[in-house]
Design a protein around this ligand. Structure first.
Ligand code: IVH
Length: 706
C-alpha cells in the first residue's frame, strides 16, 4: 500500500540527523518532532513502520533530552507529550461548539432493518418507486466511546468526551497518549477542524491489559482491577486523571465525522460524507477499511450481512453497523429530530456478551480421564443461544480467570465458537467466595486425581474402573467415524454401564434382547435395530477399529497411518516405540501412548474379546513406504482436473505412496496440470519437469510411472 508522505521532509529530517551537524537547537527539535510524527503515523495508523522500534526510541529520547534542557522548545504537539504524566484534580468542562449528536438505533436486528431505514429515507425525500436508489455510506459501529478532537492551525489542542452532547470533559492529556491520533496535521488543513470518532481498545490489547492487571492484583497492588470488556477498559483509560496511567492502557481511534470546521461556504472541501472520510484519512486519521459506498436497500443489506460474517474475526468489537446518507446536501435536507440526525441510523447485531451468575463449578470426567471444571451458569441468552455451561478448561485456567461460585461473570459466545467466561465482575463478588481448587479424587469413581509434571490437566487414575471413562469409551467406540453403531446414544450407554451390563467394549456384543428390554424408554423395535447395528459393525476396517479403541492421541488420521504402515493389528500391538516412530505423523508422545496402551494386559484382553466376539476386518500386508508403487514420487497438482477433484487425486496418490507437494522444484517428479493451470505449469516447463494430463494421472494411479 502506498500512502502520501504526510509530513513532507520527515525522511530528510531523519537522515539529516545522522549526517550533517544541526544548525540550531530549535531546528533540531523541529526536525526530531517531524521525524517522530512521521514514524508514529507509519507505526500506529498504517501498521507499516519504516524504522525499528529501537531507532524510534532513540529519536524520542533525543527530543526528550532537548526539551528537558530547553523547556521553551516544548510544544503541545510534541510527540514526547504522548507518554502522559500530568495528574489532574478534575477534568475541565468543554462546551461543544457543534453539539455531539447521538444516533437513532434501528430496532430490527435482522437484515430487514436496513430496508426499513431506506424506506424511511425515500419517504422523507419524497422519492417514488421509479426514482433511483439513494447512495449511502455504510460504516462499522465501533464499541468504544465518542471523542471530539479539536485542531487549531493543524495542531491538536483539545480532546473532549461527548458528555451530554452539549458539554463534555477535557481529556486532552489522555488523548495525546493515543498513538493513532495525529498531534499535528499536514499543511493546508482548515484553521479550525474538529474530527469526531471513536476511541476504542483492540481485543488483543484488552486481553494483555487484563493479564497485566491480574498480575498486579496477584502481586498485592491496591486499587487495581480487571476490566469487564474492551469498551469499559477504554472508557476507564480516557477518564483517568493521571495521564501516565492512561498512557499505559493502549487505545486506538477511528474517525467517522466532523464537528466545527472553518471552511469557506462557497468553496466546500467535499460534497459527500465519503469524500470527507477519505480526506480525513489522507490527513492521517484512521478510517476503517470496511467503510463502503453502497446503493439503496440492497446495498445496505449486503453490507450488513458481509460485516456480520466478518464480525468475529475483526481485531476489535463492533456492536453493529451505521448507515449514513452520502450526499451532504441531502443530509442537510433531511435535518434532525431532537438530538438525532434523520440521515443516519445504527443497525445493531445481537449481543455476543452478557452478564450472568455462576451457580456451581462442576468437574466432568473425560474419556481419557481428564478432569474439566465447568461453570454452571444461570441461563443467559447470548450470541443467539441460551447458555448454561461454560468450560473453564483446567484448574490453572479457572484460577487465571479466578472464577468462583456465586460470581457475576461476562459470558461471550461469538459465532459458532463455544461459549466462554471472559471475565469476572469483581465488584459483585460475594464475600468469602472461595477460590476454585481441583479435588484430589475423581468425583465419579473416587480414584486419585493426578496432574503430571508440565501438564495443565488433572486426570482420574481410575482408567476403565471409572464408570465415567467407561461410558465415554463405549460412546467413542460406537461413534459414526469409529465402529458406527447406530442407535447407541449417550443416555443408553449411561444406563448400560450404570446397570453393570457393559463393563468392557466387548460386552456390547453379548447384549441380548432381554437385557435391552429392561432399559428405560427402549421400545422393542429400537432394541432389535440396535442389535442389528451391533452385528453390522462387526464388519469393520482396521483404521476404524484402531480409532475406536480410544487410545490417547490416536485420532482418525493417525489410525489410518498406523493401519497403512503395519497392515495388521498384531503388528501394531507388537511394535516398539522406535518402530511406531517410523509411521507418518507419529511422534514420541503418540508412540509412547500407543505402546503404553497395548502394554496394559487389560487392554489386550479387551482386544482379544472383541475379536472373539466376531469383529473382522481385511488384514493387509504390511507395506513399508519404500515398497509402495509410487514410493519416492513427488507430484504437484495444478488447475482443474476433468476426472476428479484435486483432494481426491491427492488421497489416491498418497495411498500409493506418492508425496503430493504444493510447489514445483527440480525435485518434482510430475506436474499434473488441469484446465487453467497457471504459474506452476510455467515453472514445470521451465525446469523440464514432465507434465501430465488426466490420462497421465490415470496411468500414475494404476501404480505405474508414465
Ligand atoms: S455517527 C451524527 N458513526 O455510536 C451521528 N457513531 O449515538 C453521530 N458510534 O456513541 C454518530 N461508530 O460514538 C457514528 N461509525 C459511527 C459510529 C458511531 C460508533 C457511536 C458513537 C455514539 C453512538 C451513536
Amino acid at each position: 500500500m502506498t500512502h502520501p508522505d504526510l509530513f513532507g521532509d520527515a525522511q530528510a529530517a531523519t537522515s539529516d540527523l545522522s549526517a550533517k551537524p544541526v544548525t540550531s537547537t530549535a531546528v533540531r527539535a523541529a526536525q526530531l518532532r517531524a521525524a517522530l510524527h512521521h514514524h508514529a503515523h507509519r507505526y500506529y495508523t498504517l501498521d507499516a513502520p519504516e524504522i525499528p522500534d529501537a531507532e524510534y526510541d532513540r529519536l524520542f529520547r533525543q527530543l526528550q533530552a532537548l526539551e528537558a534542557e530547553h523547556p521553551e522548545l516544548l510544544t503541545p504537539d510534541s510527540p514526547t507529550q504522548r507518554v502522559g504524566g500530568k495528574v489532574l484534580a478534575e477534568f475541565a468542562q468543554v462546551r461543544h461548539r457543534v453539539p455531539m449528536l447521538s444516533i437513532r438505533t434501528e430496532t430490527d436486528t435482522k437484515a430487514s432493518g436496513a430496508e426499513a431505514f431506506d424506506a424511511r429515507i425515500r419517504k422523507e425525500l419524497g422519492l417514488g418507486d421509479a426514482q433511483p436508489a439513494v447512495g449511502y455510506v455504510a460504516e462499522l459501529k465501533f464499541d468504544g466511546l465518542a471523542m471530539s478532537l479539536r485542531y487549531e492551525n493543524g495542531v491538536l489542542v483539545q480532546g473532549a468526551t461527548r458528555g451530554d452532547g452539549e458539554t463534555g470533559e477535557d481529556v486532552t492529556a489522555n488523548v495525546r497518549t493515543i498513538g493513532q491520533i495525529p498531534l499535528r496535521l499536514p499543511e493546508g488543513v482548515p484553521a479550525v477542524l474538529e474530527v469526531r470518532g471513536e476511541v476504542y481498545m483492540r481485543r488483543g490489547d484488552f486481553e494483555a491489559l487484563n493479564e497485566r492487571q491480574r498480575q498486579r492484583i496477584a502481586a498485592g497492588a491496591k486499587g487495581e482491577k480487571t476490566f469487564v470488556n474492551p469498551r469499559n477498559a477504554a472508557a476507564g483509560a480516557v477518564r483517568q486523571l493521571d495521564s501516565g496511567i492512561a498512557a499505559d492502557r493502549p487505545l486506538s481511534f477511528f474517525a467517522y465525522g466532523l464537528g466545527e470546521v472553518t471552511a469557506p461556504a462557497d468553496q466546500p472541501l467535499w460534497t459527500t460524507h465519503y469524500d470527507m472520510l477519505m480526506q480525513l484519512k489522507a490527513w492521517g486519521f484512521p478510517v476503517a477499511e470496511q467503510t463502503a459506498v453502497v446503493e439503496g436497500a440492497a446495498g445496505l443489506v449486503a453490507f450488513h450481512q458481509r460485516i456480520a460474517a466478518q464480525r468475529d474475526s475483526l481485531p476489535y468489537d463492533i456492536d453493529g453497523v451505521v448507515y449514513k446518507v452520502n450526499d451532504l446536501a441531502l443530509q442537510q435536507q433531511l435535518g434532525f429530530v431532537t438530538r438525532e440526525p434523520r440521515w443516519a441510523v445504527a443497525h445493531k447485531y445481537p449481543a455476543q456478551e452478557e452478564m450472568t451468575q455462576v451457580l456451581a463449578i462442576d468437574v466432568q470426567v473425560g474419556r481419557t480421564g481428564k478432569l474439566t471444571p465447568v461453570a454452571k451458569l444461570a441461563p443467559v441468552f447470548v450470541g443467539g443461544v441460551t447458555v448454561t455451561n461454560a468450560t473453564l478448561h483446567n484448574e490453572l485456567e479457572a484460577r487465571r480467570k479466578d472464577v468462583r461460585i456465586g460470581d457475576t461473570v461476562i459470558v461471550r459466545r461469538a459465532g459458532d465458537v463455544i461459549p466462554e467466561v471472559v471475565s469476572v465482575v469483581l465488584d459483585r463478588r460475594p464475600a468469602d467466595a472461595p477460590q476454585f481448587t481441583m479435588m484430589s479424587h475423581c468425583p465419579v469413581c473416587g480414584s486419585l486425581a493426578e496432574r503430571e509434571e508440565g501438564e495443565a490437566d488433572h486426570r482420574c487414575t481410575g482408567g476403565l474402573f471409572c464408570s465415567a471413562q467407561r461410558k465415554q469409551a463405549v460412546w467413542h467406540f460406537a461413534h459414526r467415524r469409529a465402529m458406527d453403531v447406530d442407535g447407541l446414544g449417550d443416555k443408553l450407554v449411561d444406563q448400560l454401564v450404570d446397570s453393570g451390563q457393559v463393563n468392557t467394549l466387548a460386552d456390547l456384543y453379548h447384549l441380548k434382547l432381554e437385557n435391552l428390554a429392561n432399559m428405560d424408554r427402549m421400545a422393542e423395535k429400537s432394541a432389535v435395530n440396535l442389535l442389528q447395528a451391533l452385528e453390522k459393525s462387526k464388519q469393520a476396517t482396521l483404521p476404524r477399529f484402531l480409532f475406536g479403541l480410544g487410545i490417547r492421541h490416536v485420532g482418525e488420521a493417525t489410525a489410518k497411518e498406523l493401519a497403512r504402515h503395519f497392515g495388521q493389528l498384531d503388528a501394531v500391538m507388537a511394535a516398539s516405540e522406535d518402530a511406531l516412530l517410523q509411521v507418518a505423523d507419529v511422534g514420541p508422545i503418540v508412540a509412547h501412548s500407543i505402546r503404553t496402551f497395548f502394554d496394559q494386559p487389560h487392554n489386550r484382553e479387551v482386544v482379544q474379546a472383541l475379536r472373539d466376539a466376531g469383529i473382522r476386518w481385511a488384514e493387509g500386508e504390511a507395506l513399508a513406504p519404500t515398497e509402495m508403487p509410487l514410493a519416492g514420487v513427488t507430484v504437484v497438482l495444478t488447475g482443474t482436473l476433468q476426472t476428479m477433484g484435486r483432494d481426491e487425486a491427492k488421497d489416491k496418490l498418497e495411498a500409493l505412496g506418492a508425496k503430493v507437494a504444493g510447489s514445483v522444484s527440480k525435485k518434482t517428479s510430475y506436474v499434473v496440470a488441469g484446465a487453467e493451470a497457471g504459474s506452476k505449469l510455467d515453472k514445470a516447463q521451465a525446469l523440464g519437469v514432465p507434465v501430465l494430463d488426466d490420462a497421465g494421472l490415470a496411468v500414475l494411479l494404476s501404480g505405474q510411472k508414465p
